[in-house]
Structure formats: structure tokens, C-alpha cells
Design a protein around this ligand. Sequence first.
Ligand SMILES: Cc1cc2nc3c(=O)[nH]c(=O)nc-3n(C[C@H](O)[C@H](O)[C@H](O)COP(=O)(O)OP(=O)(O)OC[C@H]3O[C@@H](n4cnc5c(N)ncnc54)[C@H](O)[C@@H]3O)c2cc1C
Length: 417
Amino acid sequence: MASSNKQNTDYDLIIVGGGMVGASLACALSKLPLRIAIIEAVPYQDNKQPSYDDRAIALSFGSRRIFDGLGLWPDIAKHTTAINRIHVSDQGRFGFTRLDNKQENVDALGYVITARNLGGALVQQLDQIDNLTLLSPAKLIDLKLGDDHSTAVIEKNGKTETLTAQLIVAADGGNSAVRKLLDIHTTDHDYNQTAIVTNITPEFSHQNIAYERFTKHGPLALLPMENNRCALVWTQSPQEAERILELNDKDFLNELQPCFGQRLGLLLKVGKRVAYPLKLVKAQEQVRNRLALIGNAAHTLHPIAGQGFNLGLRDVATLAQIISDVSVNNNAQQNSDIGELEVLKNYAQWRTRDHRQVIGFTNTLVEIFSNNFPPLAMARNLGLITTDIVPPLKHALSKHSMGISGKLPRLARGLPL
Ligand SMILES: Cc1cc2nc3c(=O)[nH]c(=O)nc-3n(C[C@H](O)[C@H](O)[C@H](O)COP(=O)(O)OP(=O)(O)OC[C@H]3O[C@@H](n4cnc5c(N)ncnc54)[C@H](O)[C@@H]3O)c2cc1C
């Protein structure tokens, strides 16, 4: 059953990009009487699917709540490793801070899963949604936003097709085609850093501790994973990253060991290494009439604080709630439409604060922890120590990392949509 459309469109909603964020939105809307399509350029079975690769994603406690509300958590949980403590430290200096799940009264501060496994759980769910049409491989090549509907042109099997919908949701990632086709400008900041991502097997048990360590080359994170492996995200200058990627396994571990220290004993094994150039990209418009941006299409972050997907999932929970409320009103014969600018402005306004805070928090971390100017290094060490000693500060930092601060949509509060 379709919502009470004023227009005869092919779909109520088209999601461009079926990556982690786009697929999560389709799952969130699956129980609503909406005709949904996903346009996804790279098939899910393809090893080169860019959203579902082997990078480790730290899911916040808030993201767990959202997946719980969507009924997806049991499938996701099978592949997760809990983060019970977070240990933040500064190489060669005195500062450190520890966040603890017991102090925060939660089962875990967060959970680590590979994007591939998270994708597996999402795609399995997509297969079960009756009102969803998955167009893949299919690529968006043109888009027009009209007054009462939008028109998307896709390329599929070498042919072009034209599709209409009340609302287009751009979930097509950091290089968003939607943004380019509609000339939506971005605010960009190139950090001039590259993240090297791989798995490490240490000598000692990781004991479900996530390590965030600031080194003279840039921040380094080790996240606990299955089979006592740890996911490494090691940020370097592009030139250093190029050199380090060329090292053999033994030399790589020899360089990593002194940067990380001995907390996990010897670092014994390293897996395949992948490099990601790091850039902040923030769309200057989040909505237009018949359009909303979510996930990396709206904001691509530095992975230092592990917030990018978590922030995108809160976009999903918020937009789903706004769409759900409009659909319920439609059923009660009220005259509203999910693609109207006035409706979408509510989404944009609601998301502004969270976007600003998370981008600000991430940028501050990158800036102060990539700087070896002595007074700044001293200040950040005092900051770490103070945070460790002062419970309200520590609690605030925990809530931020856990994705449960600010005005939260129903799903993020553990309530149904
Ligand atoms: C090294 C690294 C570590 C990270 N760690 C964390 C972490 O610990 N925690 C966290 O929360 N976040 C983390 N992130 C961020 C997280 O990976 C991203 O925020 C998340 O993947 C964004 O998902 P998305 O669906 O918005 O975009 P994407 O994953 O980029 O998906 C976009 C999809 O759109 C499709 N697409 C693109 N163009 C078109 C088109 N024209 N037509 C049709 N389809 C199209 C693509 O094929 C793709 O499937 C990390 C990122 C990196 C790089």
C-alpha cells in the first residue's frame, strides 16, 4: 500500500546508494506503507563493494540501541566484539584517560564489527522487505527536483531508465553523485593525512579494551576484535603512509611496536593493509524540496573518533521518524507529503547540532593531537589527566563517544519508530 500521494510517482522514496547508511534507512522504513527503491552502483556480492569492505567499524552504544529498535541487533551482535573500556594516551608523555562501561552503567561502551559483516546483516534484511525494489547494479546519472516530485535517471544493464519519486534520499557516500548533479557545494578540509587500516594479533589478550593513542606521527587506534585480533587505524602523513605500506610484515610491526608500546605485549602478526586518504567534507545544504542528504553524502569525517557511521545512523533514525510521523498523519487523512521542503527542514534543523558537535569534536581531536608544539602537548596531557580525574567530564566524554548526548530520535532512545 502506498501513502496518500498527491502525485502518481513510481516510488514514494528513492534511496541513492545502498551502502551501510542507505541500507539502514531502508530497514528502518520497512514497516511503513511506502514504496521504496534503492539504486546501488556496485552489487553486494562484488568483492569491490566500497561500503562493505574489511575496515573495522566501532559502533556506539547509541547505534546498538537503533539496531535494537530495528530488530537487527541479534544478527549484528553475532559478529561484534564489545568495547568495555577505552584507554586514551599520548606516546612518551604522562597523560591518559580511561572510560569504563561499569562506570557508565552499560553492558559495553561500544562494539566493533567489520563493515563486511555489518553489510551482511543489512543485506539479508533487505531481501525480506516486500515494499523494496533493489536496483543494482544501477547508477544514478541524472536528477531533477520538481515541485511535487523528483525524477532520477539511472543506467542499468547498459540502458537508461527514468524513475519518479516524492523524495530522493542521497546516501551515495563522500563522492556523492547527487551533490554533483545538483551543484550542492561542500566545505572541505584536507587533513593531509592517510589512515592505514589492518588487523594485528598481539601477544596478550585485548580484554575488550579499545586503545586510542596519540603518537608523534599522528593518532593510532587499536580496537578489540574476534579471535583476539585488533583492528588498527594508524594515521600518517601521505608520504609516510606510502613508505610504511611498502614495508614487509616484520618491518611494519617493528615500526608500530614502539609507537603503540607494550600494553598488549609483542605485536605478533599483521594482516592486509589498506590506505584511506582523510578529508572532511560537509555538504552546505542538507535538504532541498524533494531531497535529503544522509551519511557520508552529508558529512565525511576523519575516522579518529570512530564517529562517521554512528553519525550517519542517527541521520537515519531522525529521518525515519520524520517520514514515519508524516505517513501516520497521511493515514489519518492529513494533507502532508514526505518530500515537502517544510517537512524536510525539520530533519535538517534537528541534525544541525549533532553534526556541528561531532565535526567540531573530531576536528579538535585531529588538530590538538597531531601537534607537537610543547605548550599544546602539555595542555592536552593536562586535559587527559583532568578528564580521568573529574567524573562529570569523563561522563560527558563517555556520553559523546557512546552517541547518546543531545536530543535523540525515538529509535536512538531505545523506543520503536
Ligand atoms: C579507515 C576508516 C575507519 C572508520 N571507522 C569508523 C568507525 O569506527 N566508526 C564509525 O562510525 N565510522 C567509521 N568510519 C566511517 C564510515 O566508514 C562511514 O561513515 C560509512 O561507511 C558511510 O556510509 P555511507 O553509506 O554513508 O557511504 P558509503 O559507505 O560510501 O556508501 C555509499 C554507497 O553509494 C553507492 N553509490 C555511489 N555513487 C552512486 C551512484 N551514482 N549511483 C548508485 N550508487 C552509488 C556506492 O557504491 C556505495 O555502496 C571509518 C571510515 C574509514 C575510512
